[in-house]
Design a protein around this ligand. Structure first.
Ligand code: F6R
Length: 608
C-alpha cells in the first residue's frame, strides 16, 4: 500500500525522503513523487514506475535544494498508475501539497461539490479532493482547514501536507491508516512505517486516529480534532537499521526465512520461565481462562492460515470450540458472539484494514479481543484489549515467512498454557510440550541446512502451470500456506485441498506430470494421506511427499520425498512450512521474478 515520508530539518530534504521511500518499497507501489519547499514555492516531481525513475529525474534528490518536504509511493486504487495520478496532489495555485495513504470513500460526492464550486480536477484519484477541500477551507490557519476536511471526509487516510505560506512546517493526520513521527537530531520525520526513518532515529511517536501533527525542524506538536494540543509519549524502537537491511542475502525473503530459528526462539523463550509458560500479557486470570466458552480466530491471508492451523492445536489441547474467520468476512457476517468468547486477531503489520474492522466489530459486541501482532504500537496492538507480540523483527519481504512462524508459535504457547489451566492435558504432557516448544528453533535450523535438495527440485518444476498441495488436519492448514506462498511469488496457479475432498471435484484437474505435494506429518492420518496420494499418482500426478524422519514408506509412493525432524504432532506445521517456503522461493528465482516485491501485492493492506 502507499508509503509516506515527510521531513523538515537541517539537511536537504529530497535525498532523505527518497531514501525513506526506498525503505517502504516493500509495501508495494507503482509510482512515486515528492513535494519540496524551494525558495518559498512548492516544487512537485512525480514519476510512474520504480523509485529509480524519480531518483534519475532529481539526481537522487540532490537537484531539489529545500529542507522541508513530503514524499510518496503510490499503490493505485482510484485511477491507473500514471504520472498524473501519482502523489503529491495540489490545489490549483500549487500552494498546498498533499500525500495520502488510504481511501476517501465519499470522494465522488465531494468531487461533485467541489466542481460545483469551481474546482477543476486533474487526476482520477480520490486524494485530489483533499487538496481542493483544504484549499476551500484554508484562510491562513492549517489546523482549521485540516479539521474541517476531517469532518467532511469518510474512509481511511494518513495525510502528509505542506502549506506554502507555512515554510519549514510539515502537517500530518491519520484515520485508520498508519502514521508515525520520528524525532531525530537532523530534524523531524513522518512516515508510514518505522524502517523509513530507522537510519536517522529510534525515537518515535505513534499517531492515533484523528490526531494531527504539526512539526518543524525543532518541535513536534500534536492536536486533537478540537485543535487542543495533546501530550504524547515517545517510544524508543529496540531494533536497528541493520535489521531492516538485506545483510548479504540476495533477497529479504531468503534472509527472513533464515531468521526463523531466532524469531521463533525470541517469541517462545521469554514466555517460558523455569520450565513453565508465563503469559501475563494475556491479561486474563486463571478463572477467566477456565470460563472461555468459545474462541474466534481471525486474520487475512497467511495470518488466516495460522488461524486454520491453530484451530486444530487449540481444540485438541484445550477442548474449547474454535471458529476461524477471514477478517473480511467476519466483519460483515453479523457474527453471534456468545458470552465468555475470546476473539484472537492475528496480524503481522497490525494495520490490515479488514482485521482492524473485525477487531472493532468483536469489541462492539462485547467480546474480549487479544491481538497477536508483530509491529509494536500498530493500530491492532493499540486497539486490542491485550496484545501478545511476536518478536519476528521487521519483515520487509511482501510474502510473510518469519512472522507466520512466530504467529504459529504464539498460538502454540496460548494453547498449551490454556490446556494446563483448564486441566485438559496431564501434567506430564504439559511439560513434554513445553520442552518440545523450546526445541523448535533448533529443528527449524536443521531443515534450513538442507536447502540444496529443495532448490534442485524447485528448478525442475519451475515451469509448471499448476501445482496442488494436499493434506489432512494440520497438514491441510500448512497446505494452504504452502500454496499461497508459491502462487504469490511465482505466479504459478496453485490450489490447496483437504486431501479427503479431492474426490469431490478437484481430482478431475489431475493429469499426467502435474506436481502434487502431499503433506503427511500427522501420525493418525498418515495412512489415509498415502491412499490419497496413490489416488492422484494413479491419475498421472508427479508426487512430492513431505513427512517426518522415520516415515520412510513415503518413498514407496512419492517420486521425491522431503523429511523434517520429528516433533510433537501439534507443532509439525512449524517444521513443514520451511521446505514449502524454500520451494516457493527457489521456483520464483528460477523464473527470474522479483521475489520481494511480487506484482499487484502490498505488504500492508490498509484498505478494504
Ligand atoms: C502472504 C502475506 C499476506 C498477509 C496478509 C495479512 O505472504 O503476507 O497474506 O499475511 O495480508 O497481513 P497482516 O499479517 O499484516 O495482517
Amino acid at each position: 500500500m502507499c508509503g509516506i515520508v515527510g521531513y523538515t530539518g537541517y539537511e536537504q530534504a529530497a535525498p532523505l525522503l527518497i531514501d525513506g521511500l526506498s525503505k517502504l518499497e516493500y509495501r508495494g507501489y507503482d509510482s512515486a513523487g515528492l513535494a519540496i519547499e524551494e525558495k518559498e514555492k512548492l516544487e512537485v516531481v512525480r514519476a510512474k514506475g520504480r523509485l529509480r525513475v524519480l531518483e534519475e529525474m532529481t539526481d537522487n534528490g540532490r537537484a531539489l535544494h529545500g529542507f522541508c518536504g513530503i514524499g510518496h509511493t503510490r499503490w493505485a486504487t482510484h485511477g491507473v498508475p500514471s504520472v498524473g495520478n501519482a502523489h503529491p496532489h495540489c490545489n490549483a495555485k500549487k500552494t498546498i501539497a498533499v500525500v495520502h495513504n488510504g481511501i476517501i470513500e465519499n470522494y465522488q460526492s465531494l468531487k461533485e461539490y467541489l466542481e460545483k464550486n469551481g474546482y477543476h480536477f486533474e487526476s482520477e484519484t480520490d486524494t485530489e479532493v483533499i487538496a481542493h477541500l483544504l484549499d476551500r477551507y484554508y484562510s491562513g490557519d492549517p489546523l482549521e482547514a485540516i479539521t474541517k476536511v476531517m469532518a467532511r471526509v469518510t474512509g481511511s487516510y494518513a495525510l502528509g501536507i505542506l502549506f506554502q505560506d507555512h515554510p519549514g512546517k510539515v502537517f500530518a493526520v491519520r484515520k485508520d491508516s498508519p502514521m508515525i513521527v520520528g524525532s531525530a537530531e537532523q530534524g523531524n520525520f513522518i512516515a508510514s512505517d518505522i524502517p523509513a526513518i530507522l537510519k536517522y532515529t529510534k525515537n518515535v511517536y505513534f499517531v492515533n486516529n484523528m490526531e494531527i501533527v504539526c512539526m518543524d525542524a525543532d518541535t513536534i506538536h500534536f492536536y486533537n480534532v478540537d485543535k487542543e494540543e495533546i501530550e504524547k509519549e515517545m517510544t524508543t524502537i529496540s531494533w536497528n537499521a541493520e535489521a531492516a537491511e538485506k545483510d548479504g542475502y540476495e533477497h529479504f525473503m531468503l534472509k527472513e526465512i533464515y531468521e526463523q530459528p531466532k524469531a521463533v526462539q525470541d517469541t517462545i523463550s521469554p514466555r517460558i520461565k523455569e520450565g513453565e509458560i508465563v503469559m501475563e500479557e494475556l491479561g486474563m486470570s486463571e478463572e477467566e481462562i477456565r470460563q472461555i466458552r468459545r474462541i474466534y480466530m481471525i486474520g487475512c491471508g497467511s495470518a488466516y492460515h495460522v488461524c486454520m492451523s491453530a484451530r486444530y492445536v487449540m481444540e485438541a489441547l484445550t477442548r474449547i470450540p474454535v471458529e476461524v474467520d477471514l477478517a473480511s468476512e467476519f466483519r460483515y457476517r453479523d457474527p453471534i458472539l456468545e458470552e465468555d468468547s475470546l476473539v484472537i486477531v492475528i496480524s503481522q503489520s497490525g494495520e490490515t484494514a479488514d482485521t482492524i474492522a473485525a477487531l472493532k466489530e468483536a469489541k462492539s459486541r462485547g467480546a474480549r479481543v487479544l491481538g497477536i501482532v508483530n509491529v509494536v504500537g500498530s493500530s491492532i496492538a493499540r486497539e486490542a484489549d491485550n496484545v501478545l507480540y511476536t518478536w519476528a523483527g521487521p519483515e520487509i519481504s511482501v510474502a510473510t515467512t518469519k512472522a507466520y512462524s512466530t504467529q504459529l508459535a504464539a498460538c502454540y504457547l496460548i494453547s498449551v498454557y490454556f490446556a494446563k489451566i483448564r486441566q485438559t492435558i496431564k501434567e506430564e504432557k504439559y511439560y513434554d510440550l513445553v520442552e518440545e516448544l523450546k526445541n523448535l528453533p533448533e529443528k527449524i535450523q536443521q531443515i534450513l541446512g538442507d536447502k540444496e535438495r529443495i532448490q534442485w527440485f524447485a528448478n525442475k518444476f519451475a515451469s509448471s502451470k499448476d501445482i496442488f498441495f494436499i493434506g489432512r488436519g494440520l497438514d491441510y492448514g500448512i497446505s494452504l500456506e504452502g500454496s499461497l506462498k508459491l502462487k504469490e511469488i511465482s505466479y504459478i496457479h496453485s490450489e490447496a485441498y483437504a486431501a479427503g475432498e479431492l474426490k469431490h471435484g478437484t481430482i478431475s484437474l489431475i493429469e499426467k506430470g502435474i506436481l502434487v505435494i502431499g503433506i503427511a506429518t500427522q501420525p493418525d492420518l498418515y495412512d489415509k494421506m498415502i491412499s490419497n496420494m496413490v489416488e492422484v499418482k494413479s491419475r498421472g500426478a508427479y508426487l512430492m511427499g513431505l513427512t517426518c524422519y522415520g516415515n520412510y514408506s513415503m518413498e514407496d509412493t512419492a517420486n521425491f520425498t522431503v523429511y523434517v525432524p520429528k516433533t510433537e504432532k501439534y507443532f509439525a506445521n512449524s517444521l513443514a512450512v520451511i521446505p514449502l517456503q524454500l520451494f516457493a522461493y527457489y521456483v520464483a528465482i528460477a523464473r527470474g521474478l522479483d521475489v520481494d516485491k511480487p506484482r499487484n501485492l502490498a505488504k500492508s493492506v490498509t484498505v478494504e
